[in-house]
Design a protein around this ligand. Structure first.
Ligand code: ADP
Ligand code: NG1
Ligand code: MG
Length: 463
């Protein structure tokens, strides 16, 4: 049987032929019927603002998740196997047993995937669900996005699962809808994320970064300056966003900041959980929102009881209105700092787009990335000492700009460097940052590499 891999037999260094063999070995010598590929991403600016309703500016990277898939018609099970068997165990589950409750219990690799299967099924009508009563799936998965490093391996995996399931059912979906349902269903794992990762994974266009707006979701492709190249480097510190409450604490801090300012402005505060909605509803500019932060939110941390007192609600009611299951016991919320970051970052993101539209200089763009990073470190407090060391090195080596990408607390930096100096830059960072660190057998070219905007998700059928 011949496979028409639109992306070549070795997709972006992902061993597709090995995956096919793994599929056959695990699934009674059956052949995959189709493949789905979904890339990771870096975000150039607009960090930790998507869940506040503000726009972001990511681009897809080469690294991706690939799923080899086949639909079955004699059992209603989803069977998963991963090429990396030592790390990711095989799992078999009855489709109707995939519940939100079970997915939120532990952020195992298979639960991320099952979030996507559930999300795809929620897209089906009742009559489609009835028609597909006996349909199940065989999925073999591999990928080369460094995980828990801010390059969005989780969303590539979840989005690939949504796609692979819908393709198997033969149910068409638009790219925007696919991005939206993938963002929604990833939340079953327990993170209250925005929709950036899934939107770029699905809508990316080779050679372009994209501006992504939310509510409603919209994607606009942007060319990047020709005299700059982008480099990604891993700090080697990893952070699984669903395994602690740090990520959700930031989401919740932004909600509380929004609700408290709304209350102070005599607006209906209970529904005002998103800072961008507060801005819209109050009719203010971003500068005016920054003023309101200084006016209404103190710099010291807020205890839960203080928040309840300001909003005149019980703790139980606050849990219901604003908190997530894993943030009900947070001792202090830093509302001033988080809201200030969000409004200032939203301004930087607008400025970045304006510069790109008007062929702005790389050094101005780089300065915005640097400012973004300082704010993430100081106001958002989501950096890591190793990552700071890496940022300082990148700046010393002549970067136009450098910032953490994704949620942070470790992970990767994205660096803008002069085009003609990119190779030398990569070598210097390799030599200085990684030469005396334990890299756990990872290839040096996976730890620091130049990257250019890649194509979004695709599906190919076996001929
Ligand atoms: P990221 O910043 O990469 O999105 P997350 O903490 O959000 O990191 O998610 C990482 C999780 O995604 C991993 O712990 C793992 O469960 C899952 N994952 C990522 N890549 C793979 C892969 N190739 N195979 C299986 N699971 C993966
Ligand atoms: P990573 O680090 O890739 O898991 C997370 C969120 C994004 C966004 C960024 C910070 C998810 C799935 N992803 O990315 O929505 O908020 O952090 O800008 O929650
Ligand atoms: Mg993630």
């Amino acid at each position: 049987m011949e496979v028409d891999y639109a992306w070549g037999t070795s997709s972006n260094n992902v061993p597709v032929q090995k995956l096919e063999q793994h599929f056959r070995e695990n699934f009674e010598s059956l052949q995959p019927e189709y493949y789905v590929k979904v890339p990771g991403r870096v975000n150039l600016i607009g960090e930790h603002v998507d869940y506040c309703g503000y726009s972001v500016f990511p681009m897809a990277i080469d690294q991706c998740i690939v799923v080899a898939a086949k639909r079955t018609t004699d059992r209603q099970t989803v069977e998963l196997t991963n090429l990396c068997t030592e790390r990711y165990e095989n799992v078999s589950k009855n489709i109707s047993d995939i519940s939100a409750e079970s997915l939120g219990k532990t952020p195992s690799w298979s639960n991320y995937f099952m979030c996507g299967v559930k999300g795809a099924r929620e897209y089906l009508s009742n009559s489609q669900l009835k028609t597909f009563e006996k349909v199940g799936f065989l999925f073999a998965i591999t990928g080369n996005i460094p995980e828990s490093s801010g390059l969005s391996s989780s969303s590539a995996l979840v989005t690939a699962a949504v796609m692979a399931t819908l393709v198997g059912y033969g149910v068409p979906i638009s790219r925007l809808e696919l991005a939206e349902i993938s963002a929604k269903c990833e939340r079953y794992i327990g993170t209250a994320g925005g929709g950036m990762d899934q939107a770029i994974a699905v809508n990316a266009k080779q050679g372009y970064a994209a501006r992504i707006d939310f509510n409603p979701l919209a994607v606009k492709q942007f060319r990047l300056p020709a005299d700059a190249k982008f480099v990604v480097a891993q700090s080697l510190a990893v952070k699984n966003k669903a395994a602690s409450n740090d990520f959700n604490t930031r989401v919740v801090e932004c909600r509380l900041a929004s609700q408290i300012i709304a209350k102070k402005l005599n607006l209906e505060w209970e529904q005002m959980t998103v800072l961008a909605n507060l801005q819209k509803r109050s009719g203010n500019s971003l500068d005016q929102m920054i003023e309101l932060v200084h006016q209404h939110l103190h710099v010291e941390g807020y205890s839960k009881s203080e928040v309840c007192e300001i909003l005149s609600v019980s703790e139980d009611r606050l849990d219901e209105l604003s908190l997530t299951a894993n943030t009900t016991d947070v001792a202090e919320f830093y509302l001033h700092q988080r809201a200030l970051h969000v409004f200032e970052e939203a301004k930087r993101m607008e400025e970045f787009c304006r510069l790109c539209e008007n062929s702005g200089g790389a050094s101005d763009l780089g300065r915005l990335m640097d400012d973004s990073h300082s704010s993430l470190r100081d106001l958002y407090q989501c950096s890591h000492p190793d990552l700071e060391e890496l940022v300082a090195l990148c700046k010393r080596e002549g970067a136009y700009g450098c910032k953490l990408t994704g949620a942070g607390w470790g992970g990767c930096v994205v660096v803008m460097v002069p085009s003609d100096g990119a190779e030398r830059f990569v070598k210097s960072v390799r030599d200085q940052y990684f030469s005396n660190r334990e890299t756990f057998g990872r290839r040096i070219d996976e730890l620091v590499f130049a990257t250019s905007p890649s194509e979004g998700a695709c599906c190919v059928h076996v001929k």
